[in-house]
Ligand binder design. Sequence first.
Ligand SMILES: NC(=O)c1ccc[n+]([C@@H]2O[C@H](COP(=O)([O-])OP(=O)(O)OC[C@H]3O[C@@H](n4cnc5c(N)ncnc54)[C@H](O)[C@@H]3O)[C@@H](O)[C@H]2O)c1
Length: 265
Amino acid sequence: MKNFGLLKEKVTLVTGAGSGFGREMAIAFASYGSNLVLNDINLESIEKTRDLILKSYEVDVLTVNADITDEKQVFEMNKKVFNKFDNVFVLVNNAGVRGGTSSLKTKTKDYDRVMEVNVKGAWNVTRNFFKKMKKQKFTPVAGKIINITSCAGTECGLNPFIGIYSVSKAALIAFTKLWALELGPSNITVNAICPGIFLTPMYNNDENFIREWIKLRNIKLPLDKIGESKQVADVALFLASPAADYITGQNIILDGGMTISINKL
Ligand SMILES: NC(=O)c1ccc[n+]([C@@H]2O[C@H](COP(=O)([O-])OP(=O)(O)OC[C@H]3O[C@@H](n4cnc5c(N)ncnc54)[C@H](O)[C@@H]3O)[C@@H](O)[C@H]2O)c1
């Protein structure tokens, strides 16, 4: 077991923990001794993540099947979490959905779904958990919030082919900075990991599909590699570690140089 202990007796809550980045982050946090709350709208998927964790690590795992867009379900999740654990040191707002075409052609139901999960969902979870996180006795940082945004939400990454998704992630980047301002005085750090293009089920886990997509969109990757979930998990672990205690309000871009290359390669 590697580096067991860094997050011992601390709890990490990951939304969307049944797939892609969420599963990878949950396993990485368990490998550092963290107990886990695994949330997803899909129960089977978090049961699989839990089984993968318990096969290798001696940590406590709670699965909570809840839709983060539903206020009542998130409230119930909060109750379940604090019935079992006495803290949530790290909250990872990871659950997200892609969708939409150009923003003005998007149907209302697609607009609503993307904004509901990617923006309202993260807001619902954060506003349900921050009060207890503020009161935690950990020092010098009482708790940490990590939002998973996207380069599609950055100024040079705004993408008309996934317009509403871009808007939703721009909003989550704004929330990251707002919550850092609002929660800084309570010793809670809030940062975002901003991935470029990664091999996950969101892109069918298919490198060829991604290569076609980025060619069609004229996107260049200076490092010429598609990202891997483990790289996102490593940055999440860094943000959870004491090395990042003085970092807050940042949107950390992880994109092989994609966003700096626009109009240059
Ligand atoms: N894959 C990429 O290249 C990429 C790039 C940039 C940002 N992101 C972001 O990273 C995050 C994770 O993406 P991924 O690629 O691992 O996706 P994924 O589709 O593999 O996983 C997302 C998970 O979220 C869950 N989920 C969806 N709606 C939910 C809801 N209402 N309540 C609870 N859970 C819900 C899904 O069931 C799924 O398990 C997302 O926010 C996504 O926007 C992904």
